[in-house]
Write a protein that binds this ligand. Structure first.
Ligand SMILES: Cc1cc2nc3c(=O)[nH]c(=O)nc-3n(C[C@H](O)[C@H](O)[C@H](O)COP(=O)(O)O)c2cc1C
Length: 355
């Protein structure tokens, strides 16, 4: 794609971002674990569900709004927690937050944010969630929970799939160094390998008791991220989580998993309505969003596309990414005869037989 053409979809956004970003940053963002099979599968698996169009249902007034843990969002696409937005644009998380607030959706701020939790919260009037790990250092968790609550964050996302560091071969080849975000006491230190063994890292010894403890340490809702089986959804429910994000971390931690969209039905069945089921991984088209909702997700998240938006045009780029998805969701909803999010039921999709 030529540089002076405006990207018209999220793939073109990625191509334009790739031209602008240093190679090692592009590789860090785009890449995944070992053979990147899960990165690829997250995308391709969306193709195995097809849409069932319905006609002659009044679709003159589409409503894409829904609620996630009681918060109203204007479309069922949220911003996933991703470290270091300054890698893609000097405004970093400020730009992302303003874009999310402008489009009335939720921004989950990563543990590795390049901007302080409090400072970021003042930059717009939107909805923030904070993401953390089951850190070994419980005092630090308490401190973050207190800080997030005081700064107006509305929920806590606990990422559970990162207790052991991954093998990311692009980063090894590029000798890529990732540093700790500014909210850590040892901000700027290089992330140790294995990350989990340090007091400030995700604790490899953590168990369900730690999730229960985090739940008991705050009155904010808890979202468990990185769940890929019905068994773990059940344990999340028992630990008191309010929602689950079906996620394989965009294929960045464990390779050789199923795609998230492939395990969504298993997660929804295990939840038995006790917790909200959300999903991320490979969402690049409006149709992907509609398929995930048809299969039982309350909403989805985007990860990498926010960096492509930032790299291309900062806040405006992220707004454009969200607007492209909105337009594609609208087309899909209209043509499937589903004017509201609630009307996107399981009969909206069918598993495609192999060609
Ligand atoms: C550059 C980058 C950094 C990320 N950092 C975090 C993080 O700090 N915490 C976390 O829970 N997930 C992190 N993720 C994973 C995302 O939250 C999300 O699960 C994933 O990106 C979704 O897949 P997608 O990129 O295909 O949309 C990161 C992802 C990327 C691409």
């Amino acid at each position: 794609m030529s540089m002076n053409q405006r990207p018209i979809n999220l793939f073109e956004f990625e191509a334009a971002a790739k031209e602008r970003l240093p190679k090692e940053e592009y590789d860090y963002i785009a890449g995944g674990a070992t053979d990147e099979l899960s990165v690829d599968r997250n995308r391709r698996a969306f193709e195995s569900w097809t849409l069932r169009p319905r006609v002659l249902r009044d679709v003159s007034a589409l409503d894409l709004s829904t609620t996630v843990l009681g918060t109203k969002v204007s479309l069922p696409v949220l911003i996933a927690p991703c470290g270091g937005h300054k890698k893609a644009h000097p405004d970093g998380e400020f730009a992302t937050y303003r874009a999310a607030a402008a489009r009335r959706t939720i921004f989950t701020v990563s543990a590795n944010s390049s901007i302080g939790f409090e400072e970021l919260a003042k930059a717009a009037n939107g909805h923030l969630w904070v993401q953390l790990y089951p850190f070994r250092d419980r005092e630090m968790i308490k401190d973050w929970l207190r800080r997030a609550k005081a700064a107006g964050y509305k929920a806590v996302c606990v990422t559970l799939d990162s207790q052991w560091p991954p093998k990311r071969e692009r980063n090894i080849r590029n000798n890529y160094k990732n540093v700790r975000g500014v909210n850590f006491p040892k901000a700027g230190a290089e992330t140790p390998r294995p990350a989990g063994r340090a007091g400030e890292g995700s604790d490899p010894a953590a168990t369900w008791k730690d999730l229960e403890w985090i739940k008991s340490a705050t009155d904010l809702p808890i979202i468990a991220k990185g769940i890929m089986t019905g068994e773990d959804v059940e344990l999340c429910a028992e630990a008191g989580a309010d929602a689950v994000i079906v996620s394989n971390h965009g294929g960045r931690h464990l390779d050789n998993t199923l795609a998230t969209i492939e395990v969504l039905s298993e997660a929804v069945a295990a939840a038995k309505g006790r917790l909200e089921i959300l999903l991320d991984g490979g969402v690049r088209r409006g149709a992907d969003v509609v398929k995930a909702i048809a299969l039982g997700a309350k909403a989805v998240f985007i990860g990498r596309p926010l960096f492509w938006g930032l790299a291309v045009d900062g806040e405006q780029g992220v707004i454009r990414v969200l607007d492209i998805l909105r337009e594609e969701i609208e087309i899909t909803m209209a043509k499937c005869g589903r004017p509201t999010i609630a009307s996107i039921d399981s009969t909206t999709v069918v598993k495609a037989p192999r060609l």
